[in-house]
Ligand binder design. Sequence first.
Ligand SMILES: [Zn+2]
Length: 417
Amino acid sequence: MRNIQTLKIFCISLLIFTVSCSKKTTQSLNGSFSYLSKDIVFLSSDEMEGREIGTEGERKAGEYIAGRFKEIGLKPAGDQNSYFMTFSRKKSGNPHGDEQSSGGVEVTGRNILGIIDNNATSTVVIGGHYDHLGYGQEGSLYVGSPAIHNGADDNSSGVAGVLYLAESIKKSGLKKYNYLFICFSGEEKGLWGSNYFVNNTSLDKKSFNYMVNMDMIGRLNKERKLAISGVGTSPVFESVLNDIKKPSFSLKKDSSGLGPSDHATFYNSGIPVLAFFTGQHGDYHKPSDDAHLINYEGVQDIVQYIYTVVSALDKKEKLTFTKTRDESQTRMSFNVTLGIMPDYLYDGTGVKIDGVKDGKPAQLAGMQKGDIVTKLGDMEVKDMQSYMKCLTVFKSGQTVTARIIRDGKELDKQVTF
Ligand SMILES: [Zn+2]
């Protein structure tokens, strides 16, 4: 998943509500659990050196994924009958810049593609990025000497999900559509791999039925909160999701097809999307995002759930795309940053802090993980929307009083932006 600046945009969409369930399922799936954990452990090992695009670690991870695709029996769907789609981009000077700028260093990466070709006229795309931050020179929230960012949750978990679904669908009787599996590179730099794919694939984009994205599905918590974005991008999604009772989750559904990950690229091409995410945590974009912190059974439950969604959609005709009401708001520009990671699964009043960035205003003001911000200056912070509004109003250098709730008590902190 991309960094904090883009994450802020993730929560704009308002159509969020929660369905609570509790019972655990015992139904089994065609995929293999031992592989699921092996894939995550291997991809997030130090040997992969954080899988930054253009590095040896990214190359090794790509070879591993291609090997798994072959083992599962997927047909190569990359360049020249291989599993690889190679692309080059020039790094821009601006870490948030998505545009190719002149004069930067050229980086070459590879998307990994495999297909189950059922000779259908329409294709379902199932993806997740496999690149990460390498030694953390760019996009890291860690302050310290360079260290390997293993990215177990971000996004070895999603890749394992892609592989598990590939295996499950391969063994299943799902035949109505073709199933294209893609592990993207360059996501962390600005969705490079998915953009390259969408703009350069020889397949007809109009033939894509919908896209499933898994980015950070490894930290299912005790409350079993699972965020699903893109629910508003096709009229059938809502009812299909509501009909699935097991495995059960506390779902946070978001209508928006935008967000800081590869599904946004497909949504912007007019393709319905569903993106799955288990939420932020203190190890996000830090070297401590490690394999031992993954909830493996949680990952399995999530991919089983996605498999059930895909099976249900296999019975439906090709989906209709609907635009969600988020476009204009994404152009909101922030004057200042607080330097927090919001808890995107928090649904009370205010913005709950899931982590603070070292050396940024929130940390310097003494805010910490678990605090709930309810007011900044004269402005009430009711939710992400009003929080982001504040960031467009305050000026750099300005000091305001921030009201926070810590352990049920209100506290005031002086924040200098
Ligand atoms: Zn990320």
